[in-house]
Design a protein around this ligand. Structure first.
Ligand code: IPD
Ligand code: CA
Ligand code: CA
Length: 258
């Protein structure tokens, strides 16, 4: 019952937040700041979006907690109770430079279990959703389960240069694949794997809000989500991430791990 209420309100708030982001782009009302380095960007729109969710969650579900990128939530190291894991804009560099290829990402965890997930690619017009055990959808159309026997030689893989530097054994993976693609937003890279537009995405350094929703949606269609060494990926811990269709995940671990 509570999940139904959360789902209904989350959809309303995502739609409203999406409209506000769209208007900010239309009106060029974007102020950019650098965080840890000159390419780690945040804007007034990232902050306003997270603040909007923080106020809504506190007003409707005061006992729930928010784990968000921009600091309007709480310091969270465990997923007790209900936790809303939010990236108000994933792909902020794309948001600033391209005005597209970014998304709002929201995952709802209850006692550590991912129950609901939403990734809203506002400009692309794609609204991804999953409910645990009930499948994943894009714009309300069910996403087919991934094939189990895909091969690396037929696959597109997604990995950026920083990740290849950290995991040099991924260079031969790229060479063995059909091709390399990069989107610049972890959530959309997860969705590329979930929808079969790519077969593997490797990243050296993701945070809870980058993967909170993507993991739920990808697993719902049968993708395998782990650390790069194949171990379990706990979303509250920042670190590397490896999501792939089952056959390609197994092939990379078997034939290319150090
Ligand atoms: C970043 C993007 C990027 C990934 C970074 C993330 P942000 O998120 O998802 O693709 O490589 O690790 O931090 O800062 O745009 O929300
Ligand atoms: Ca992000
Ligand atoms: Ca972000």
């Amino acid at each position: 019952m509570v999940l139904e209420k959360i789902d209904q309100l989350a959809r309303e708030w995502l739609e409203e937040a999406g409209n506000r982001i769209f208007m900010a782009l239309e009106q060029s009302n974007i102020e950019v700041e650098a965080k840890s380095d000159r390419n780690d960007l945040v804007t007034n729109v990232d902050k306003a979006t997270e603040h909007y969710f923080a106020e809504k969650i506190a007003a409707h579900f005061p006992e729930h907690r928010l784990l968000g990128e921009e600091g309007y939530g709480e310091e969270i190291t465990s997923l007790e109770g209900v936790v809303w894991v939010l990236d108000p804009i994933d792909g902020t560099v794309n948001f600033v430079e391209q005005k597209r290829n970014f998304a709002i990402s929201l995952g709802i965890y209850q006692e550590g279990v991912g129950e609901l997930a939403y990734i809203y690619d506002i400009i692309g017009g794609e609204f991804y959703f999953a409910k645990r055990g009930e499948g994943a959808f894009v714009n309300d159309v069910a996403i087919p389960k991934l094939a189990k026997d895909n091969k690396l030689e037929d696959s597109l893989v997604i990995i950026n240069t920083a990740s290849v530097r950290k995991f040099p054994h991924m260079l031969p993976v790229i060479q063995a694949a059909r091709g390399l693609r990069l989107y610049g937003a972890a959530t959309l890279e997860y969705m590329a794997v979930a929808t079969g537009r790519a077969d593997a995405y490797v990243s050296a350094n993701l945070s809870p809000w980058d993967i909170g929703a993507g993991k739920i949606i990808a697993e719902e269609v049968g993708a395998i989500v782990t650390r790069v060494d194949g171990s379990e990926m706990v979303i509250t811990e920042k670190g590397d991430s490896f999501v792939a269709s089952p056959g390609v995940h197994a092939e990379i671990l078997r034939d290319y791990s150090r």
